[in-house]
Design a protein around this ligand. Structure first.
Ligand code: COA
Length: 274
């Protein structure tokens, strides 16, 4: 049963006047987040290691009437993160929303992950989230408040084959989410997370399907459907919107229920006609 087309239930101008920075916003889930936040009135900044893909996404968003700032950086390098954050503040004069979406991933069994491979993923996902959050806090949000949303994964209670490095990094991101929420709440900053499940049309999903399912992108969640980046983006929108003004330190899983499906019987349960 396919999911129906995502429906916009938020006021189209609910983020008017705000500026949102989406790391890794040139592709995949990040692009959808940039699009959804922009469509709801925010001015958008996107940056990643690949300026060309960010420029292509920016052109697309500008065509939809969204104002977009593009830069290039590696989230692992704190000085680059600081430079890019300053550039956003120079261009737009404010920074209200940070979405830590940039991530690195490759599927591999633990014995095949090199020390550098493990470190690369932890550095991009966890250290990168720290670097970007800290820069946003120091350069703007400490004084003006804001919203941070970290894109993580619901891996903290399970072992995850072929994803040991990613699971370790993303679990760290969830912990950091809670710590930032507690420390920065008094500054008017809300910090929340979204855990995507298997999300179609993403580099991560493609790599995993290629490595584990002979290229087939399978939905094994109870809803029986692979989600779309826009489903993740709509939860990000909720978290940064005034509808969530008393929500901080929380995480929403957008995974068709896979994280609560103890026996992984999703499709089987459907067939049994429950
Ligand atoms: N299997 C095993 N090891 C791998 C690998 C794979 N598929 N891909 C990369 N590595 C290892 C490399 O061999 C290297 O380790 P080594 O120096 O011991 O040989 C290490 O990971 C770093 O790789 P490198 O490509 O030099 O680093 P990078 O910093 O440019 O790349 C990655 C970071 C590894 C995360 C890379 O996969 C990447 O750029 N990903 C971005 C896109 C992406 O992952 N999107 C999905 C997000 S969910």
């Amino acid at each position: 049963m396919p999911l129906s087309e995502p429906v916009d239930v938020f006021a189209p101008d609910c983020l008017r006047g705000q500026v949102a920075f989406v790391t890794g916003g040139g592709t995949g889930i990040g692009r959808e987040i940039a699009r959804v936040l922009g469509r709801h009135g925010a001015r958008i900044a996107i940056a990643s290691r690949r300026r060309d893909v960010c420029e292509a996404t920016a052109a697309e968003l500008r065509g939809q009437g969204i104002e977009v700032h593009v830069d290039q950086f590696d989230v692992r390098k704190a000085f680059e993160v600081e430079r890019v954050t300053k550039g956003i503040l120079e261009r737009f004069g404010r920074l209200d929303i940070l979405v830590n979406n940039a991530a690195g991933n490759f599927p591999a069994p633990i014995s095949k992950i090199s020390y550098n491979g493990f470190k690369s993923v932890v550095d991009i996902d966890l250290l990168g989230t720290y670097n970007c959050s800290k820069a946003a806090f120091e350069l703007s949000m400490r004084e003006r408040g804001g919203n941070i949303v970290n894109i993580a994964a619901a891996f903290e209670l399970r072992g995850v084959a072929y994803q040991a490095h990613v699971a370790a990094a993303k679990t760290g991101v969830l912990s950091l989410t809670r710590s930032c929420a507690v420390e920065w709440g008094p500054h008017g900053i809300r910090v929340n997370g979204v855990n995507p499940g298997a999300t179609g049309e993403t580099e991560g999903m493609k790599r995993f399907a290629d490595a584990v399912h002979q290229g087939e992108q399978r939905a094994t969640n109870p809803l029986g459907v692979i989600s779309h980046g826009q489903d993740v983006a709509m939860s990000v929108l909720f978290l940064v919107s005034p509808a969530a003004r008393h929500v901080t330190g929380q995480v929403i899983s957008v995974d068709g229920g896979s994280s609560v499906d103890e026996l992984k019987m999703g499709p089987i349960a459907q067939e049994s006609g429950r």
